[in-house]
Each structure stands twice: as structure tokens, then as C-alpha cells.
Design a protein around this ligand. Sequence first.
Ligand code: BG6
Length: 504
Amino acid sequence: MSTIYPSLEGEFKATPESKVDPCSMVIFGAQGDLARRKLWPSLYNLDVDGLLPEQFSIFAISRRELDLDEVKEQIRSDLSEHSRRKPDDSMWMKFSERVHLFTGNLDESGTYRKLEKVLESTDKSCDTCGNTLYYLAIPPSTVFPVVEKLGETGLVDQPHDGSWTRVIFEKPFGTSLESAIELNCNIGRVLDESQIYRIDHYLAKETIQNILVFRFTNTIFEPSWNRENIDNVQITMAEDIGVGSRGRFYEEVGVIRDVMQNHLLQVLGLIAMEPPVSMEAEAIRDEKVKIFKSIRLPEDSEIGENSILGQYEGYREGPGIAADSNVPTYAALKLHIDNWRWQGVPFYIRAGKGLNNRVTEVAIEYREPPVCLFSDRDICAAHEPQVLTIRIQPHESIGLSFMIKPPGPGMDVSKAVMNFDYHDQFGYDIPDAYERVILNAMQGDATLFVRSDGVEATWRAVTPVLNYWQENPPSDFPNYREGTRGPLAADEFIARDGRRWWTE
Ligand code: BG6
């Protein structure tokens, strides 16, 4: 796996391992929300860190005729808003020279033939050695038509001169189990598996990669990481932003397809998997896929009990959104993993937009002691379970809560927390996960990308829930106000099991 090492000053510097071949990058969806919030800032930061090759050009593909200077101005203002580093004049000059615009109708083969010519001439003038990375930041329904056209024009042929073409697929990969299988099959006719990079940027987050290190290098946790000691696991991804300008995209996906089938199940996989035989990508992927395949497929009669959906007020008024849309912006699911380690331990996963807080967190609740030994009933009542909290973002940290006796003459209990904070310990900004995935794709390192069987196994796990709600659309939408904790039903949902959410 390639590495970016923090220098003493806290900047991320190129290492020999992180060397990238000269190449062109072609972004489909370059004016979209994802590109504006993540791709342009990541490319800019990679450039500032010296991780991009000198011979590197970016083509922003647009359906409409646009003015290049205006596009650059927009990118600069997006960097000011979303980048971990604000654009500095001289760095911006250098970076903006790399940006080119390419306009054309993506449904027409002529567009791709024109693109081929442009790439050939860049290749000659900028010495990009025929290497091209295509980034498909476009809605799922438009993905295969673009790949097909790239294939027809020979743009993604595997060159025989040592150069490469690779394609990054944004998630969600498909919109259902059937469509993911079909997409895998269709793109497999155009591309070799080694050219396919299915992105899940959560896998590149430092705190998510740390789950493996935390679990498999610290022997203290492993003996208790099972049904004997753990009562339940909660994975929360709360966002304070709404859908914004992504209405058209979001109407195709909704919260389960947008972040649960991928980001949250990947986190669940890392938390629940058995120790892999090695830290090689394939070994880790094998263990995660076993977990995905062990997720119990609920009967229809259980799904109404084991899941709740929500939609924030105002969602239906957003651009590109149907006035009677039943697309959920919030969901909470209870999943069971049918294997020896986790039998009987519920995994609650929930995600929502338009909430009061931005936080992604895993909370692992340990079992209560079998008896309360204190004669004072108040002490027994005040007792809280130990909770191990892995905070993915923001304020990245790991905390363990436990009960202690506060100093004083009487016997009492109170909660204490041991906390490790990334910023206190390392003192620098953690690069965005997109920086890592873009760099790895340029390097041809697929470790942090999802394998075809993994993507199908995660779709299989959520398909019954998607089908159930498709056939039984919720009748109470919208059911929560923006800026709140989400639908009240989500608290009732977990309270019915005698439990509570640990992430506020
Ligand atoms: C994307 C989803 O994959 O992840 C977005 O499509 C979501 O809806 C985003 O906002 C969240 O990413 P992050 O890295 O900010 O947690």
C-alpha cells in the first residue's frame, strides 16, 4: 500500500512510493456538487503537497458551452469554501494552468472522437505518456452509456506500450443488486477489472483505516470483541447539510443507496470482520465480504419493525425534487450478523441529512455486569454501560467511558471517559479521503477500492429493505424539521429494544 508521510511540520510530502506517472485526468460531472466540494479541493491539495506529476492535465467535461475563465473562477471560489487550504496566489496560478475545458454532448459518439484528438494532442504537448484517468462523477443511470462510448471510441483500450487507462466509478455503484450485477457485467465487457476503481471514499479516511490497526494491534480489545461482551453496535452518520443542489441525483438514490449500502456497511464490515490472514488488500476484502454475506436478510414482516425512514421538511421544495417525493433523507436500520462471533448482537446503523449536527461515529456498547453488587439502589440505577466510541469525524478521536467512584466519604458512581484525540496527538490537519483515493488510482493501487463481489454483497444486504419501502411507501413524510435530531420515531425505534443512541 502506498504511503503519504506527515513531515515534522505537519505537511504531507511525496515519498518515493507515492510517485505518480505523468497523466491526464478527465472528469465527467466536473461542475457537479461532488467535484466542487471534493475533487477540485483534493486535486489542489495534492498539487500543493507536490504529489502530482509535473506533466498533469485535467479536463473538465461539460455538456454546455462555458467560459474557461469563469470555470476557473468558480473552482477558485470552491477551493476557498471547501479546501483544507485556501488558494494561495502562486499555487493557484500553477494549478489553474493544468485545468482545461471540454464541451460536448455525452450521448454522441462524435464527442468522444473529439476528446480522443484533444487527449492525443495533450499527450504530445505535455508528455502525459498516453496515461489517462477517467473520473465518472455522474448519476448511476448515466454511467454505463458513458463507459460504452469510451469503449466504442477505443479511449479505454489497454495500451500495449506500458501506458494505462483507468476509470474511477463514483458510488453508488448501481442502484440495486440487479443493476450492480448488470453494471459489473457490462463494464466487464469494456474494461479489464484492473482498470476499474469503484470508489468508497470512507475506506480512505484515516480514522476508518485505523479501525484495522486499533483492532488487530491492541490485544486488549480482541478477547472482548464478541457476543459474550458486546451488547450492541451503533454506527451513525449525521449530516447537518441538506441535499442542496444535488436534488436530481438524490431523487435517484435516497439515503440508503447514497451512504448506507456503501459507507456505513464498509464501516460495519471493518468492525465486525474476523482477523484477516494478512494486511494485504485481498485478505481484508475477503473477510469483509464474509460479513456482508452473513447479514441476515429480514422477512418483509420484520422490516417495518427493524427500520424507520424520514424526510426533512423542505426537501420536496429543493431543485430537481418531485413535489410528492417519497425519497428518504434519513434511515435507521437494525441488522443481525449470522455468525458465531455476533449472533444476537444487533447492529444499528443510521444516517440522515438536515440534522442538528455533523458527526460520523461508531459506538460499541458493552454488556452490563450480571448483578449490581451495591445495596444502594440509586447507585445501581446510575450505572451506565461502558461505551467505546470511535469518532470518524469531525474531532477524530477514540473514547472509552466507564464508571468510577468520585472522591468523597460515601459510595457513589459517576461516568468517566478516557479519550485519545488525533489533533492533540498529531497536531495537523488530516487530508481529505478524496486526496488519498485519487492519488492511489493514479498510482494503480486498488487497495482502498471496492471489489465487484463486495459491492454485490452489500447490495444484497440492503435490497429487502429497499424493496419493502418501495412497496410500502411511508405515509408521514416529511416527518422531521431541519436542524433537529431527526424523526422522533428513531428514538422510539431503539427504545423499544430497551436501548438508547449514544451519539447525540
Ligand atoms: C457522499 C454522499 O458519498 O458522502 C453525500 O453522496 C455525503 O451525500 C458525503 O454528503 C459525505 O462525505 P463526508 O466525507 O463529508 O462524510
